[in-house]
Design a protein around this ligand. Structure first.
Ligand code: HOZ
Length: 430
């Protein structure tokens, strides 16, 4: 977008939104608060592009925060949704598609023997934690600073994502009784987790982790970290939960667990499994999932869970990912060209930056420190990030409006668009 292009309609609508929606948005990061820009209100999207209400187009590196791995408006997903709509929008009853969805997920992710569909990643996490507590009869949970597991009460402790830029490490409205059993460790700090297990191993129901941190910017696990968590959980009779809301079906068909070869007991999903519709899921070992009502004593329910239209979108997207030859290889090669190109520019620009990436997820941190956890991510100069963000936005490149979110690459991105992005990065840094 050029400086001369207008954002008048976005501004006018946002003014109206501020009067009737808290902060003008339905999810905090969208307010662009930490980058000092007016949010662009989006009217439509297609392939690798977004178009705002003023008619400006942007190359989209958010992809609805993950689901749009195929790009926007993929015809196969759209057709599946349109076809499903003609049969009814919601039945509140069991359907054939949800059986197919459960079978498909179990066939693609080896650690999953049974799965329950819900409506969001938050719901998936909340339910998985309840199942873990029900199964083990224990109450304590270990989470990692900077990991974000949605906005359920027990997980709003040193959470990543919007919580990091909002400067509220522990949310108001969450009674201490809801978080007193949440223990927090540093990401990649296996020794600390060992100490927690030494102190109260018999009380720990579960360790929950993003197998690749993607809500404090992208922070991959160091060698041995996930394996170490697996070992500790097995040894102490605790469950290991991988939150694959972002990495599921993004790093590969079997997610981060397939990529790293570490099997959790339970996994949570969201984003890609809904193909852009509001869907989440949790699943894992049969003996654990058999705890869920009506089979077992852990209660969890939902009117719109397994919604037929949402299932149609998710099934179409997952089947495409499964059936497109070399889908992930090609996406990762494309991402590598982009991220390695950025690294080269950053090297030329000096050493005050870090670029972490894995597969089609990446983050540029404005810090000279290697970013391996929450503390090192927090050393980033967020004002410098905001200046970079504004430059990119004006060049027509739509990045996540926060230092602590990921850059998502979609299969719709073309070579020409990668070059265009690198040119904008070069213009900023060199
Ligand atoms: N929780 C998302 C970022 N990790 C933001 C979701 C949204 O604003 O749509």
């Amino acid at each position: 977008m050029k400086e001369t292009q207008t954002i008048k309609r976005s501004e006018m609508l946002f003014e109206r939104a501020l009067k009737r929606i808290p902060g003008g948005v339905n999810s905090p990061v969208r307010a662009f608060g930490s980058v000092g820009e007016a949010p662009r209100l989006i009217a439509s999207a297609d392939g690798s592009h977004l178009t705002d209400v003023d008619g400006n187009t942007y190359l989209d590196f958010i992809g609805s925060w993950g689901p749009m791995i195929l790009g926007h408006n993929h015809p196969v997903v759209l057709e599946a949704v349109q076809e499903a709509c003609t049969h009814g929008l919601s039945f509140g009853a069991a359907t054939e598609r949800e059986v197919e969805m459960a079978e498909l997920i179990c066939s693609l992710v080896p650690s999953i023997e049974m799965v329950r569909m819900v409506n969001s990643g938050t719901e998936a996490v909340m339910s998985a934690l309840r199942v873990a507590r029900g199964y083990t009869g224990r109450s304590k949970l270990i989470k990692f600073a900077g990991c974000y597991h949605g906005h359920c009460d027990a997980m709003l402790v040193k959470a990543g994502s919007g919580v990091m830029t909002a400067g509220i490490p522990d949310s108001a409205g969450v009674p201490t009784s809801c978080t007193k059993d949440t223990l927090t460790a540093g990401y990649n700090d296996l020794d600390y987790v060992k100490r927690l297990f030494e102190l109260c191993g018999n009380d720990i129901a579960a360790v929950i982790v993003e197998p690749v941190g993607a809500n404090m910017g992208v922070v991959p696990p160091e060698e041995g970290f996930l394996e170490g968590l697996r070992e500790l959980c097995t040894k102490n009779g605790s469950l290991l939960i991988f939150d694959e809301v972002i990495t599921g079906f993004r790093l590969g068909l079997s997610g981060a667990q397939g990529h790293f070869g570490v099997n959790p007991d339970l996994t949570t999903f969201g984003k890609i499994i809904g193909g852009g519709m509001p869907v989440g899921a949790y699943g894992g070992r049969k003996d654990v999932m058999e705890m869920v009502a009506p089979l077992g004593a852990v209660y969890q329910a939902g009117t719109l869970s397994g919604n037929p239209v949402a299932m149609a979108a998710g099934l179409a997207e997952l089947r495409l990912l499964r059936d497109t030859p070399d889908f992930y290889e090609k996406l990762h090669q494309k991402s590598e060209r982009l991220f390695e190109g950025m690294k080269e520019i950053l090297r030329e620009a000096g050493s005050s930056y870090q670029l972490n990436y894995i597969g089609s997820l990446g983050s540029l941190f404005f810090t000279p420190e290697k970013v391996k956890d929450y503390a090192s991510a927090k050393t980033s100069d967020t004002e410098a990030f905001a200046r970079y963000f504004s430059h990119m936005l004006r060049a027509g490149i739509y990045l996540a409006p926060s230092q602590f979110e990921a850059m998502f690459v979609s299969a719709a991105l073309t070579e020409e668009e990668i070059e265009r992005t690198l040119t904008a990065v070069r213009e900023y840094f060199l």
